[in-house]
Ligand binder design. Structure first.
Ligand code: IPE
Ligand code: IPE
Ligand code: MG
Length: 257
């Protein structure tokens, strides 16, 4: 049976997060410049997004550019920003054909004006779509986001609109750039690195983590289906025991989220 057919459509993660890593190493192995790896990576984005839409996954957040990536050589940053504009423009048909709504999180004001414009246009055009919500993390880092949230909350306290003792998990969640989206239940990272690299630290508190040695440009629909199947074989316990999860004798005394 094909991988896709083995997936239980009733047990899909609602939100999948992806750290797309390994473009540079892919290019180096082929004897190309790093930029070629990024170009090839766009195809993997298209395939993965299509695969998620085919399955009926509701949200997917893809880490495309981190705050730390601004420290890369200028020629690589420039190429990545150009590629962003070109890809969004070229992939509009894919987004519309697959009923995909585009969103973005991150310090978007720090992007070149052209990238901001193209992004805004695509977000507006696709806002009518009701299928998969594809969230691009651009100039994003979790620590940046948490600092912004702290600033917003502190501002409300200073203005007398919020009492410090009223601050809870929901206050913080509501101040993050991801406030409109549920937390990811599943995080995929490619290229054999076992780290989170400042991505959605708050939101992945209880996500299942999946690491694959496949370099991002080689990531395919089949690789995505394989990952989803692995997710469906995990037992998510949320601090409870396996017996509680399976025995239905769950009494939530201490609700934390
Ligand atoms: C991921 O690939 C893409 C971005 C971070 C923009 P890399 O460019 O990090 O590729 P490696 O990790 O150097 O192979
Ligand atoms: C993480 O990849 C960021 C993105 C995928 C956009 P990096 O390649 O920048 O991460 P590190 O530096 O290896 O941790
Ligand atoms: Mg990398």
């Amino acid at each position: 049976m094909e991988l896709k057919e083995q997936i239980n459509r009733k047990k899909l993660p609602v939100h999948v997060a992806v750290i797309m890593d390994g473009n540079g190493r892919w290019a180096k192995r082929q004897g190309f410049t790093r930029v070629k790896g990024h170009e090839k990576g766009v195809g993997a984005v298209r395939d993965t997004v299509e695969a998620a839409a085919e399955l009926g996954i509701k949200y997917m957040t893809m880490y495309a550019f981190s705050t730390e990536n601004w420290n890369r050589p200028k020629y690589e940053i420039d190429a990545l920003m150009k590629l962003l504009v070109r890809s969004i423009h070229d992939e509009m048909k894919t987004l519309m054909d697959n009923n995909i709504r585009l969103e973005a999180i991150g310090d978007l004001k720090s992007l070149p004006v052209k990238s901001q414009r193209e992004l805004k246009k695509a977000i507006q055009t696709t806002s009518v779509n009701t299928g998969l919500t594809l969230i691009l993390a651009l100039s994003y880092s979790s620590r940046w986001e948490i600092v912004e949230a702290a600033r917003e909350i502190a501002g409300k306290v200073a203005a007398g609109k919020l009492k410090p003792e009223k601050i809870d998990i929901h206050t913080v969640t509501a101040s993050l750039t991801t406030t409109d989206f549920p937390d990811p239940e599943f995080l995929i990272r490619t290229s054999g690195e076992y780290r989170i690299s400042n991505f959605l630290l708050w939101q992945i508190a209880y996500a299942e983590l999946y690491f694959t040695p496949v370099l991002w440009p080689d990531f395919t629909k089949e690789e995505f289906f394989k990952a989803i199947l692995e997710f469906q074989h995990r037992e998510r316990r949320f601090g409870l025991t396996s017996e509680q999860i399976n025995g239905l004798e769950v009494k939530k005394k201490h609700k934390t989220t």
